[in-house]
Ligand binder design. Structure first.
Ligand code: HPA
Length: 281
């Protein structure tokens, strides 16, 4: 997918084709889209049996994820009367994907009908009061990827101007709904870095001073793209580790994955209770 001005509409056109293929393949139009990031994927099974599932390779513009634990498939599940599109895995900036490719799944889901997008991720705790295993509601983000899914010129009609307002990007109404399910959920600011390396202790100290509570390598670009298309966004971070310098020892990707695995039953219960309550307005 090119992002040259002449091709500004190309990512939207491909997402439209993918949305049509998705609705045909799954036989349902999504109301809510759920992106399952690192650690969250096995929680998909707690949502109930899939009505239909499709490998992303069969949908226009999708590229299968390369990261272990990220499966390239989409699934349609009815959760307590709400039609949920579950995206099992995501594409990351650090897989040499363009911003347009990173947000393609979310764009496809919103164009297909999803008015709410739930973005889950694994994150390091920059704020030392947060604990591994804890789920935190994303209140806002610092996009430090240096990229935007909306660069490249005006999107074609009917899409809005790329100068989209992000004041309530992670919708306060959805965060309130989430706290009715679990009042103990903390809120935090998520700093999105390009990765794939973890941060230095000096970078984490800088992020803390800048107001970050969490650090990770995803979510921000997808949130911007979803909001641009008018969807409401909920961000859920699973704290898998204390960030560099906050942690007494070095960071280990296997430990990050293990912390995710330990939290799975709780993540599944949270999502199953929450998804039916999320509504676009
Ligand atoms: N840093 C960046 N990304 C992460 C981390 C971290 O400490 N933990 C999980 N994803």
């Amino acid at each position: 997918m090119s992002t040259s001005p002449a091709a500004a509409g190309e990512p939207f056109a491909i997402a439209e084709q993918a949305a049509e293929a998705l609705v045909t393949r799954l036989g349902a139009r999504p109301e809510v889209a759920l992106v399952l990031g690192s650690g969250w994927r096995p929680a998909a099974d707690a949502l109930g049996e899939a009505d239909a599932e499709c490998p992303v390779a069969e949908l226009p513009g999708f590229v299968a994820p390369t990261v272990p634990g990220h499966q390239g498939a989409v699934r349609s599940v009815r959760v307590d009367g709400r039609q949920v599109l579950v995206l099992l895995g995501r594409s990351h900036f650090y897989e040499s994907r363009s911003p347009a490719q990173v947000v393609h799944a979310v764009r496809t889901a919103v164009i297909a009908g999803a008015g709410v997008v739930v973005l889950t991720n694994a994150a390091g705790a920059v704020n030392p009061v947060l604990r591994p295993g804890e789920v935190v509601l994303v209140r806002d983000h610092l996009n430090l990827t240096g990229a935007s899914p909306l660069s490249g010129g005006e999107p074609p009609p009917p899409y809005r101007s790329p100068f989209v307002d992000l004041t309530d990007l992670y919708a306060s109404a959805l965060r309130r709904t989430a706290r009715t399910v679990d009042p103990s959920l903390a809120e935090g600011v998520y700093a999105a870095l390009p990765g794939p390396h973890y941060e230095t202790p000096a970078e984490i100290a800088m992020l803390r001073a800048a107001g970050a509570d969490l650090v990770g390598m995803s979510t921000a670009l997808e949130a911007i793209a979803a909001r641009h298309l008018g969807a409401l966004v909920l961000g859920l971070s699973l704290v898998t580790n204390l960030a560099a310098g906050v942690s007494p020892g070095p960071l280990d990707h296997a430990e990050v994955l293990a912390a995710g695995a330990a939290a799975v039953p709780r993540l599944g219960r949270l999502l199953a209770a929450l998804l039916p309550l999320l509504s676009p307005g």
